[in-house]
Ligand binder design. Structure first.
Ligand SMILES: C[S@@+](CC[C@H](N)C(=O)[O-])C[C@H]1O[C@@H](n2cnc3c(N)ncnc32)[C@H](O)[C@@H]1O
Length: 223
């Protein structure tokens, strides 16, 4: 069985065997090889806009003899998703601006599940998802070296779900999970430094909100 990083492994739990999955920005396709080898899924379409990156993936797929299971596609974002009847899209290791560019288009209408892993601008990403009719079901903080990623698992909802501005910023789900206490403590420190240098009311509101999150997570940890 191929070895993959904790960052990639953290995405596996969101995938079901029935998903018609496309991994956009697959590069090496290591996650996809792991998904097939672990019997999580039998078929996956992998896509990259960069021919050299896609070739990395193709080399690995051939090395592990999975050419019947993993279909490589050269393309921009989800432009070719309809050809393969894709209903689930995974995008990992990219920033939110790039993820939004990849998803924003008519093909998103036929996508039911999104598994996204971004290392910045989570406010914009959550807001985009809500505007496009997705409900956030799970969020997870994942450390990878010096970078911190957030996994966002979202499913198309029948009724739109609207969050507050502060929930878009700090996470409607992850802010209720006690395992994230240290993450929010670190964030609070950063915002306190920012408040010290800016004296901005907007930052003050964020500091108060973060203090409330931390209080409730401490209480939940004590239970
Ligand atoms: C940092 S790598 C991430 C690789 C892998 N997903 C991971 O998590 O380790 C980002 C990959 O996304 C590809 N990419 C960037 N924008 C893209 C787009 N619009 N459509 C398809 N692939 C894209 C890049 O070529 C690159 O191979």
């Amino acid at each position: 069985m191929i070895k993959i990083s904790e960052r990639l492994r953290s995405l596996v739990k969101y995938i079901n065997s029935e998903d018609k999955l496309m991994d956009v920005g697959c590069d090496h396709a290591l996650l996809d090889i792991y998904l097939v080898q672990s019997n999580t899924i039998d078929k996956v379409v992998v896509c990259d806009v960069n021919p050299n990156a896609l070739q990395n993936g193709i080399n690995n797929i051939e090395k592990y003899e999975l050419t019947n299971n993993i279909i490589p596609v050269l393309g921009y974002g989800i432009e070719k998703a309809n050809i393969y009847h894709i209903d689930t899209v995974l995008i990992s290791g990219l920033g939110s601006k790039n993820i939004i560019e990849i998803l924003d288009g008519p093909n998103l209408n036929s996508i039911y599940k999104l598994i996204l892993q971004s290392n910045n601008n989570h406010y914009e990403l959550r807001k985009f998802l809500a505007e496009k009719g997705f409900i956030i079901y799970d969020e997870e903080v994942v450390k990878d070296g010096k970078k911190t990623y957030i996994n966002i698992f979202a499913v198309r909802g029948e009724y739109p779900k609207v969050y507050s501005e502060l929930e878009y910023e700090f996470g409607p789900i992850m802010s209720k999970d006690p395992v994230n206490l240290e993450y929010y403590r670190q964030l609070l420190e950063n915002y306190e430094d920012l408040l010290f240098s800016t004296r901005s009311d907007e930052i003050r509101t964020k500091v108060k909100y973060l203090e409330q999150i931390i209080d409730s997570l401490v209480k939940a940890n004590d239970l």
